[in-house]
Design a protein around this ligand. Structure first.
Ligand code: UTP
Length: 426
């Protein structure tokens, strides 16, 4: 049976034949591309995800845990300069030996920001007009100069923004960083589904898909062969961050030093800051049912959200910054394991199979893997508490909270006060 007939049968069985409604009018190349995209779809999985999504709005949400406990943390905000310098020297020595690889997750769609192009190309209007990518590159290079080694930088894109991302780096001459040390890889995509359970076309020859969440990083990295490349370069640790925190300390030697000097030899370390108030819309670190993890703000009962310890601090106050270092062994193991997709109810734009016109519906389902769900599989996770004002200025929205404006203010304030003057002693 040829590919077309095989796919026709597959779609008929799944009730998705409308996905071939544009097929006959396509050229040969577009036909082949569409068939290839449809061939890659796991319709059983999509059926199960749709069932879960449609049930979620009608059934009670089950509690996210039976038992929680706080996770111990290393509080760098209370350390002396000498202690921070000592940790940083350990990290820097490892970076100097080429043991740290750096990875930026830049595959998101940045829907809230609404910027026309990959989020990393966005400028928060600093005096030098640097893009988020350039800010990160400068951060890596500053550490590289101290370490005497320029780490390899891996950038996760999606099939939607891959071409524009690579073209941007090319146009900017890779910000002066060695081109052969920057590696781009698109993450896995997963179809979105309309409320009636149908997959849709984004254009006449393209299936409507979205990036499969930041938790797709491990498997995407392994599948494209770059995990092997990392190992071949001698990396032992992987620094991971998002693209949209303009104060992120790229390749932070102190962070790596914290992991390397932890007697418990955890497989990963994660940065946290103390939440501003109990209702802050952010996930917090904890041990849930005996395993390290993150509880979303929607999953924390008020009792726990407001609980304080004997020192008057929030018991569950360590907020997830989306900045981690994993041992490469852990990355390899996590890439081989699966976690469950989360459902995001989002606006969808697609080609109406009847009219062949683009339409937008307010409610459809996208599916995402969350990186922090993998913590469950770690024996131990170190939490490193940092000062929010020094390291966390996210760019999520065009205005207001976590916007370009608030991030720019924090960035300029950081530059003005230079709270990391102690780094000169490293
Ligand atoms: P967010 O969850 O804030 O998503 O991503 P986003 O795409 O930037 O913005 P919205 O929600 O659509 O407005 C946090 C980080 O994870 C990356 C993003 O690029 C960002 O650096 N990410 C997110 C991925 O790399 N892939 C994904 O599938 C999702």
């Amino acid at each position: 049976m040829d590919l077309y007939n095989r796919i026709y049968e597959k779609l008929e069985k799944a009730g998705q034949l409308h996905l071939l409604s544009t097929y006959d009018g396509l050229g040969d190349e577009a036909k082949a591309s569409l068939l290839q995209q449809l061939d890659a779809v796991d319709f059983d999985l999509m059926g199960k995800l749709y069932e879960k999504a449609s049930a979620a709005s009608t059934t009670e949400v089950t509690p996210a845990f039976n038992e929680i406990e706080p996770l111990p943390y290393l509080d760098t905000t209370k350390m002396t300069d000498a202690e921070k310098v000592a940790l940083s020297r350990v990290g820097l020595a490892s970076i100097g030996k080429g043991e740290l690889a750096v990875l930026t997750m830049a595959g998101g769609q940045g829907t809230r920001l609404g910027h026309d192009g990959p989020k990393g190309t966005y400028s928060i209007q600093l005096p030098g007009d640097e893009s988020l990518f350039e800010i990160q590159c400068k951060g890596i290079d500053a550490v590289a100069k101290r370490a005497g080694y320029q780490p390899h930088w891996y950038i996760m894109t999606s099939t939607i923004n891959h071409g524009d991302t690579v073209a941007f780096f090319e146009a900017k001459n890779y910000f002066g960083y060695p081109k052969e040390k920057i590696h781009f890889f698109p993450q896995t995509m997963i179809p979105a589904v309309t409320e009636d359970g149908k997959l849709q076309l984004a254009s006449e020859s393209e299936l409507l898909r979205s990036p499969n969440g930041n938790g797709g990083m491990f498997i995407s990295l392994a599948n494209c062969g770059l995990l092997d490349v990392m190992k071949a370069h001698g990396a032992k640790y992987l620094f991971v961050c998002g693209i949209d925190n303009c104060l992120v300390k790229m390749a932070d030697p102190m962070f790596l030093g914290a992991l390397l000097t932890d007697e418990k030899q955890p497989q990963a370390t994660a940065k946290s800051y103390i939440k501003r108030d109990p209702g802050e819309k952010a996930g917090i670190f904890c041990r849930r049912d005996g395993r390290p993890g993150v509880l979303e703000y929607t999953e924390i009962p008020t009792l726990y959200a407001e609980m304080k310890n004997d020192n008057g601090e929030w018991t569950y106050g360590d907020t997830n910054v989306l900045n981690y270092i994993f041992t490469l062994d852990a990355v390899e193991r996590l890439a081989a394991l699966g976690t469950e997709y989360h459902i995001a109810v989002k606006k969808l734009t697609y080609l109406d199979p009847e009219t062949k016109q683009e339409i937008t519906v307010p409610k459809g389902y996208k599916f995402e893997l969350f990186l922090f769900d993998t913590f469950l599989y770690l024996d131990d996770l170190q939490v490193v508490r940092i000062e929010r004002t020094e390291e966390f200025a996210p760019v999520k929205n065009p205005t207001g909270i976590d916007s370009a404006e608030s991030a720019r203010e924090m960035y300029l304030e950081f530059e003005r006060t230079n709270p990391r003057k102690w780094e000169e002693q490293i």
